[in-house]
Design a protein. Structure first.
Length: 508
């Protein structure tokens, strides 16, 4: 069954997928901006002029230019259909889109995918929001944006230096704000959420004045803002140009996407096996004037409700793709952190190397070098930055303020790989999107454990309840620095005082 909706840019045709009593209507591959090709490569996104007739939004578009997926980190066979003409979004409407009164329009959730700002796509099976849309009776939108060098190389424009991926995200949010009512969504009730680099993006958008009014709430799963300083970004661009044998930014317009990806891959490989990221949002003084955490600390972020958290064993996932770490000794650990100051330097002046011995003392006596690295690296890359954002955000709003902060730590241990993943990076995603019935995703999540279904019901409902009401659960207390109440998400989820504060204080 096909359905046609008229947007401000033209008519779009979607299709209904019958699931249960309600089903979901999908509109796939809708362009929210012009394709960033030709003169629009390394340029801010330009508004789409619209189209005549009816746009058939029946299949996913190409995904942003990126390397093939790492087999060690991917259990799915998602299509590798890359191209620069990727600035599209997908809309999932529970039931059918209806012209409703404002009081009946549905809450909207906008997903920003992760992938280290190097990979990822709105169409990946791990991010299928069909069940979330149906169970929550919310409209879910997923977006693509430019990645890697095409999204973050320090090429200058009037609106920014680099940061084209961030500008894409802003453009997508503006399109959604302007057009979602045609699909039955409430443009005044939008929540943005994302994981990993998507979470970094969400928490950065909360701090940008350019995003004011585009959303009301934000959910950050395993990622706080990380930026690159301007001089380092320019140096990276010069290295990029030199490798390609180019002299000027404008010469990049004539280089093939394949050559750009090849140089990007070379630079990414040079990073080695530490926990740095080669392409990041740039503090350019135009779009991003300071590290976003500074904006939070000054209380100048957008006044939106925030739900933020991390997984207990984030770095366990990455250890799978780093064979050398199997041979790791305690003496080798300092070298892993020597090259990666940017992930924590915006939040703490304490160098990670100086805390290796203290973490070892606080952890179990029989901890292995790999376990010690994973624990400290999890805090460096994820937990400490997220705690800093939560503390700053909550301190900017009194207990009686309508703007709330919520924090969680995900501690579910999957049975996959004999439980060796622990509560690893990305493990919460199948529970948020209720994807346990997918054969491979369910295997990764540990769906064979009898408590898995109940956990998925709790997380899915907490996420859509937060999007609809600003409160994830009646038994989930808001976070503030004095009470330090966080939700431990597990088979028996409960709200408790943060029990890792002893580790957190080491970074003060």
């Amino acid at each position: 069954m096909t359905l046609i909706v008229e947007t401000g840019k033209g008519k779009v045709k979607g299709f209904k997928e019958n699931i249960g009593d309600k089903g979901v209507t999908k509109f796939l591959g809708i362009p929210y901006c012009q394709s960033p090709v030709g003169e629009l490569r390394f340029a801010p996104p330009k508004p789409h002029p619209g189209w005549a007739g009816v746009l058939e939004a029946l299949e996913y578009s190409k995904i942003s230019i990126q390397p093939p997926p790492d087999p060690s980190l991917s259990i799915l066979d998602d299509p590798y259909n890359i191209g620069e003409d990727c600035l599209t979004l997908n809309i999932y409407v529970p039931g059918e889109p209806l012209s409703q009164s404002d009081s009946l329009k549905k809450s909207v959730m906008v997903w920003i995918h992760g992938g280290g700002l190097l990979s990822g796509a709105s169409s990946w099976q791990m991010y299928n929001p069909t069940n979330l849309a149906i169970k929550g009776d919310v409209i879910v939108v997923t977006i693509n944006y430019r990645l890697g060098a095409l999204g973050f190389l320090a090429v200058s424009s009037e609106e920014s230096t680099g940061n084209f991926g961030v500008l894409d995200q802003l453009a997508a949010l503006r399109w959604i704000k302007d057009n979602i009512a045609a699909f039955g969504g409430n443009p005044e009730d939008i929540t943005i959420f994302g994981e990993s680099a998507g979470s970094m993006s969400v928490s950065t958008l909360v701090a940008l004045p350019q995003a004011k009014g585009l959303f009301n709430r934000a959910i950050c799963e395993s990622g706080a803002p990380v930026t690159m300083d301007f001089d380092k970004a320019v140096g990276l661009k010069e290295q990029f140009l030199s490798t390609l044998g180019l002299k000027d930014d404008k010469d990049l317009l004539s280089v093939s996407a394949a050559d750009i990806l090849s140089v990007q891959n070379d630079i990414s490989t040079q990073v080695g096996y530490d926990i740095s990221l080669p392409f990041l949002p740039i503090v350019d003084g135009i779009l991003i004037k300071e590290h976003p955490y500074e904006t939070y600390k000054k209380g100048e972020e957008n006044p939106v409700d925030l739900l933020i958290g991390t997984n207990k064993d984030e770095m366990n996932l990455f250890s799978l793709s780093i064979p050398d770490l199997a041979k790791l000794s305690f003496e080798m650990i300092p070298g892993l952190f020597a090259k990666s100051p940017d992930l924590i330097s915006g939040y703490s002046d304490i160098p990670p190397i100086s805390l290796i011995d203290k973490y070892r003392e606080l952890l179990d006596d029989d901890i292995s070098p790999l376990e010690l690295w994973c624990s400290l690296a999890t805090d460096v890359a994820f937990r400490i930055p997220s705690i800093c954002i939560a503390k700053a955000h909550s301190s900017n709003h009194s207990v009686d303020d309508k703007v709330k902060t919520y924090f969680y730590r995900f501690e579910w241990v999957s049975s996959f790989l004999s439980g060796n993943l622990g509560s690893c990076h990305g493990l919460e995603i199948p529970f948020v999107f209720d994807l346990l019935n997918h054969p491979f995703i369910g295997m990764f999540a540990g769906a064979d454990r009898p408590e898995a279904k109940g956990l998925s019901e709790f997380m899915t409902s907490a996420w859509y309840n937060f999007a609809k009401t600003g409160i994830p659960s009646a038994r989930w207390d808001a976070y503030d620095e004095s009470s330090q109440k966080i939700m431990i998400i597990n088979a028996d989820s409960k709200c408790v005082k943060d029990d890792l504060n002893e580790f957190t204080k080491l970074w003060d």
